[in-house]
Design a protein. Structure first.
Length: 103
């Protein structure tokens, strides 16, 4: 389950200088419309942050080396995986990579 769409769960700088932003799921994720909307809203907020002045000030020149990582405890339903593929295309259009990772 994903909670607050307006907060960044975890943000860290990689050894290669890039930035990883994690969306952490606590427990299994379903494919309900509410979960899909929450995930889309959270990704949109992460993208907005990366494009904003605060990110540019804190991480100058790094906006092209950002990953958004959806971290899950178990494999999500196929419908949610299909949505994640669409999200990956959307984020790529915005210069950010998106991937799903199982803990």
């Amino acid at each position: 389950m994903i909670y607050d769409a307006n907060s960044i769960d975890i943000l860290g700088e990689r050894k290669d200088g890039g930035i990883d932003m994690f969306i952490v799921s606590s427990g299994p994720m379903d494919a309900s419309p509410q979960t899909q909307t929450l995930l889309l809203d959270k990704v949109e907020n992460y993208l907005t942050y990366v494009k904003g002045p605060q990110f540019r000030q804190e991480f100058p020149g790094k906006e092209k080396s950002v990953n958004i990582v959806l971290q899950l405890e178990e494999k999500p339903p196929e419908l949610l995986l299909a949505l994640c593929e669409k999200i990956a295309g959307w984020t790529e259009e915005n210069g950010v990579r998106f991937r799903v990772e199982k803990k």
